[in-house]
Ligand binder design. Structure first.
Ligand SMILES: [Zn+2]
Length: 258
C-alpha cells in the first residue's frame, strides 16, 4: 500500500528544464510546487510580507540561493515560464498516486475531472486506500467505475468538498476545495519543522488536526480567519523560511549536477 505523509514531504512536485524542453538561456534549472515557499525576492512583494508562493523557480546565484515566484523570475530573467506551470500542475495533482503525468491518454474523457478530484481526496485521507484502486481502474485502458463505486466517490466528494454546485460544475468546485486543503496540510507541515515558539507550534498542530480530520468527523478547510493567521505566522517566520528554502535550493542543485 502506498504510504503518503504530506507534512513530511519537501515539495509536492518537481520539474526540470529537460522535462519541459526549456532551452532558453536564462531558464531555471528546476522548479518546485511547494506551497508556502518564500520568494527569494521577498522585498519585491510589498503587500504580502509573507512572500508566499505555490510554485518556485530555482535561483542559483552566490548571494541569492532560493526560489523565485513566476512573476519575479520572468521579469528579472526575461523568460516565459508558462510550460513549467502546466508541467507542475500535471504532477502535483497526483502526488503519491504513482499515476504518470500522461494519465489522460489512458482515461476516458468523461473522467478527466473526476481523477484529480479523487487523487486529492486520497491525499488528504491516505488511509482510504480503495480510492487508489478507483484511480488505477479509471486510468487503465479507459475503464469506467461501477455504478456503486461512482456513487461512493461522488458521495464522499459531496461530504468533504464544495457545497451548492450543480452536477456539471461540482467536480471543479470539489477539486478547488480539496486542493486548497491539501496545500495547507503541506504548508503547515513545512512550518511545523521550523523552530517555532510553543504557542505557534500549537496553532500549527491544531490547524493540521482540523485539515486531516483528526478533529471532527471529516477533514475540514481552514476558515478565512485561520488562513489569515497562517499568513501572519509565515510573515513572522520569514527569515527562518528563507534559510530553509536556501538549504533546499542548494541541495537540489547539487543533486542535479551530480
Ligand atoms: Zn517574488
Amino acid at each position: 500500500m502506498t504510504h503518503l505523509d504530506l507534512p513530511q514531504l519537501r515539495y509536492l512536485a518537481r520539474v526540470t528544464a529537460d522535462e519541459v524542453n526549456d532551452a532558453q538561456p536564462q531558464a531555471p534549472l528546476l522548479a518546485l510546487y511547494a506551497p508556502g515557499l518564500p520568494c527569494v525576492y521577498h522585498s519585491a512583494h510589498p503587500y504580502e510580507t509573507a512572500a508566499t508562493l505555490h510554485a518556485g523557480f530555482l535561483v542559483e546565484r552566490p548571494s541569492e540561493w532560493g526560489f523565485a515566484g513566476r512573476n519575479c523570475y520572468e521579469q528579472r530573467y526575461r523568460v516565459s515560464l508558462a510550460p513549467w506551470q502546466t508541467a507542475l500542475r500535471n504532477r502535483h495533482l497526483l502526488v503519491g498516486t504513482r499515476l504518470p503525468p500522461t494519465w489522460r491518454e489512458t482515461t476516458r474523457k468523461d473522467y478527466w475531472k473526476l481523477v484529480p478530484a479523487l487523487a486529492l481526496l486520497w491525499q488528504v485521507e491516505p488511509d482510504k486506500g480503495f480510492l487508489l484502486g478507483y484511480l488505477q481502474r479509471l486510468t487503465t485502458n479507459k475503464q469506467a467505475l461501477t455504478e456503486k463505486q461512482e456513487e461512493t466517490a461522488r458521495a464522499m466528494l459531496r461530504e468533504r468538498g464544495a457545497r451548492g454546485y450543480s452536477r456539471s460544475k461540482e467536480l471543479q468546485a470539489h477539486t478547488r476545495v480539496l486542493l486548497a486543503r491539501r496545500d495547507h496540510i503541506f504548508e503547515l507541515g513545512r512550518l511545523a519543522r521550523l523552530p517555532l515558539a510553543p504557542a505557534d507550534q500549537e496553532t500549527v498542530q491544531d490547524f493540521l488536526a482540523r485539515l486531516t480530520g483528526k478533529q471532527g468527523r471529516y477533514p475540514r478547510s481552514l476558515t478565512e480567519g485561520q488562513g489569515r493567521l497562517l499568513r501572519a505566522l509565515e510573515a513572522q517566520y520569514l527569515k527562518e523560511r528563507l534559510s530553509a528554502a536556501k538549504r533546499l535550493a542548494e541541495r537540489l542543485a547539487r543533486e542535479m549536477k551530480r
